[in-house]
Design a protein around this ligand. Structure first.
Ligand SMILES: C[S@@+](CC[C@H](N)C(=O)[O-])C[C@H]1O[C@@H](n2cnc3c(N)ncnc32)[C@H](O)[C@@H]1O
Length: 221
């Protein structure tokens, strides 16, 4: 565990507008690999996770664009941002008028980034560091899941959890670029947005970020 994740985030990022969502400013880094190396040194852990929290990913950008275009999806509602990273989707939900927003992530740096980014945008977001996929779905109205299908093990666990949420009447929005593990056939595509990520790992080209709804087992649509 680093001494101060907050100080680390501030030291390695710069507050700047998000491409395509310029009303949101995030603490973002320029390059992933040198920052990843710095995380490994800071945590003394060669297996430390990539600094996802320092970038705006395509799935989150698509959800952010969708909430800006359709604020009614979250306005006045309780929102849970799964795998929040920088807190991008959580902040977009707050801007769209959500009543209460929680961002959850397993990474201590992400929690620091969510808190710093929420404050930089004048938003209230509760950041929780937990693997909620082992828990009951939270008591909320909407769950956002931006860019969760980049890893096989995570992918296996996310959809069943989101389906359980849907079966309880929670609206679920998935944002994704069409990554390898995305079960697109099991989702209902709602919209596509041209997005530009902030990580050079994806070569910064314009890409189609898609927003999907999740069906519960009983849904026909
Ligand atoms: C590619 S990033 C997406 C971040 C953000 N949603 C966005 O679209 O910009 C994926 C995030 O998932 C988080 N993550 C991985 N496994 C998780 C789990 N079991 N529960 C919560 N978050 C998790 C990672 O730490 C990382 O911050």
């Amino acid at each position: 565990m680093p001494a101060s994740p907050r100080a680390f985030v501030l030291r390695h990022t710069r507050l700047r507008p998000v491409p395509g969502l310029e009303e949101i400013r995030l603490h973002l880094a320029d390059e992933a690999l040198p920052l990843w190396h710095a995380v490994q040194i800071e945590t003394e852990d060669p297996d430390a996770a990539l600094p996802y929290w320092a970038f705006a990913w395509a799935g989150g950008l698509a959800i952010g664009r969708h909430l800006r275009a359709h604020p009614d999806v979250v306005a006045g509602r309780r929102v849970f941002d799964l795998a929040s990273g920088s807190g991008l989707c959580a902040i977009a939900a707050t801007h769209a008028g959500a009543q209460a927003v929680t961002g959850a992530d397993i990474d201590a740096f992400s929690i620091a980034a969510i808190e710093l980014n929420a404050r930089a945008n004048g938003c209230r977001v509760t950041a929780v560091r937990r693997d909620v996929l082992d828990e009951e779905v939270p008591e909320v109205d909407v769950i956002l899941a931006g860019d969760c299908w980049y890893d096989a093990r995570l992918a296996e666990r996310v959809l069943p959890w989101l389906r359980r949420a849907r079966a309880r009447g929670i609206d679920v929005l998935v944002g994704d670029l069409g990554r390898r593990y995305l079960p697109a056939g099991e989702l209902v595509e709602l919209a596509a947005y041209e997005v530009r990520t902030t990580t050079e790992l994806e070569d910064l080209e314009h890409k189609q970020g898609r927003v999907y709804a999740v069906r519960s087992a009983g849904d026909r649509s």
